[in-house]
Design a protein. Structure first.
Ligand code: FAD
Length: 404
């Protein structure tokens, strides 16, 4: 009997979790498993704010996919997916195509700029390792240029972060941590540096516990972050942004603008004809795309409804990894043509938002945490994610062990 071709697109949290579970569950003779990813490495998206601020080297954020897959069972293809032809069960790559019997789409997120003029052209988004490195180097370039130029443009030392959600706050926490060292390195007076957070909503970290939010805001303000809440970015230029609050319009000149206020699923999903909302497909409980018996969609390309509040769960690595586990089980059911597919139910253990190297806020197993204990918990969570994919070897190689 012909072995089915199982093709997994994307080596992020969702895709890699699926593959590493599947390689344990299926024998060599049961299926041909192929993983496609743009790069030969996986990166921890949840650490990208650290690489972007320069508090962590970009190489620490990534590891080779070959080091965590069983190459006797999984064929790895380094290539970029351009589209999915579900009528002919084919995936079109930049350098060829692949046929599948079972497909998993785990192509991750893209920035959502909500049509705000100039953002795509002039703002950075913390999208991947290469952009993280670019953000870090751009900030350093602005500091170095400021120091070298005769007619000084102080706006080079202004960094605007659009969005006070999880990503924006974590990035600001890292920037604020790094600023004293960066100013020393470039011989810049820290009083001249402005870190500005612009948020359209009236509050920081919407949905988070208000006491913890106050703690985060005070902590960041103490480290020099200015918050402009209830303020919307209207336009972005090479030299800054225009914002408005109620009827007042203000121009803020800035050397660096980072947009951290929205993500959507990979646009390949919509381009390939799947019905989606901002690139996210409302999947069945089995994680199959509606109307498909052979296409699973997981991670940030999927949308799962929290039935308690009838709203989608925010896209997280936590959910992406849990979906990978269910998806692998369901693929084994399809391959073996026996058993029943599992229904996916997120098990939210908590959320911790880092505020820099040794501070954080969070709620874990219903308990509120802040300061050092929250920061230590964040590192435990980061190490656990490594452990789930690559076991103790990966934790020892890439883990975070500076708890105090
Ligand atoms: P990803 O992890 O983004 O993986 C997608 C993969 O697909 C990547 O390897 C990419 O290279 C590959 N790919 C993309 N396009 C193509 C293509 N065309 N062809 C081939 N390969 C392709 N979540 C949490 O739970 N906790 C946190 O603390 C947290 N912090 C975050 C901090 C930051 C700064 C950011 C940006 C996100 C954070 N998140 C956090 C969200 C989390 O990172 C995402 O929800 C998670 O990465 C989604 O996993 P995924 O597998 O769907 O996508």
């Amino acid at each position: 009997m012909r072995k089915p071709n199982v093709v997994i697109l994307g080596g992020g949290y969702a895709g890699l979790m699926t593959v590493t579970r599947l390689q344990k569950q299926l024998g060599v003779n049961e299926a041909n498993i192929t993983l496609v990813n743009k790069n030969e490495y996986h990166y921890e998206s949840t650490w990208l704010h650290e690489a972007s601020a320069g508090t962590m080297h970009h190489d620490r954020v990534r590891y080779s996919i070959a080091s965590v897959i069983d190459q006797n069972k999984v064929h790895f293809v380094k290539d970029a997916v351009t589209s999915i032809d579900s009528s002919n069960k084919k995936v079109i790559l930049e350098n060829g195509e692949l046929s599948y019997d079972i497909l998993v789409v785990g192509l991750g997120y893209e920035a959502e700029t909500f049509g705000i003029k100039g953002l795509k052209e002039h703002a950075f988004t913390i999208a991947n390792v290469n952009v993280a490195r670019q953000i870090k180097e751009h900030i350093e370039y602005q500091f170095a240029t400021y120091k070298a130029e005769v007619e000084k443009r102080e706006e080079r030392l202004t960094i605007v972060v659009g969005g006070a959600g999880f990503t924006g706050i974590e990035f600001l926490g890292e920037l604020a941590t790094r600023m004293p060292e960066l100013c020393r390195e470039y011989d810049v007076e820290q009083e001249k540096v402005r870190l500005i957070c612009v948020e359209a909503a009236p509050t920081v970290l919407p949905g988070f516990d208000p006491e913890l939010v106050d703690y985060a805001v005070e902590h960041l303000q103490r480290k020099g972050v200015e918050f402009k809440l209830g303020t919307a970015i209207k336009e972005c230029f090479e030299t800054g942004i225009v914002v408005s609050k109620e009827d007042e319009v203000e121009e803020i000149k800035a050397g660096t603008v980072v947009w951290a206020a929205g993500v959507r699923g990979n646009s390949i999903v919509e381009k390939s004809g799947f019905e989606a909302m901002r690139g996210r497909v409302k999947v069945e409980k089995t994680l199959l795309a509606p109307g498909f018996k052979d296409v699973f969609i997981i991670g940030d390309c999927s949308l799962v409804i929290n039935e308690e509040i009838n709203r989608p769960y925010p896209p997280t690595a936590q959910i992406a990894m849990q979906q990978g586990i269910t998806c692998a089980k369901n693929i084994a059911v399809l391959v073996r043509e026996q058993g029943q597919m599992e229904e996916f139910a997120p098990d939210i253990k908590g959320t911790v938002c880092s505020l820099g190297e040794d501070d954080a806020i969070g709620v874990v197993f219903g308990r509120k945490l802040k300061g050092m204990p929250a920061s230590a918990m964040k590192k435990v969570i980061d190490n656990r994610a490594l452990f789930m994919v690559g076991g103790p070897t990966l934790v020892l190689k890439k883990g975070k062990f500076k708890f105090l």
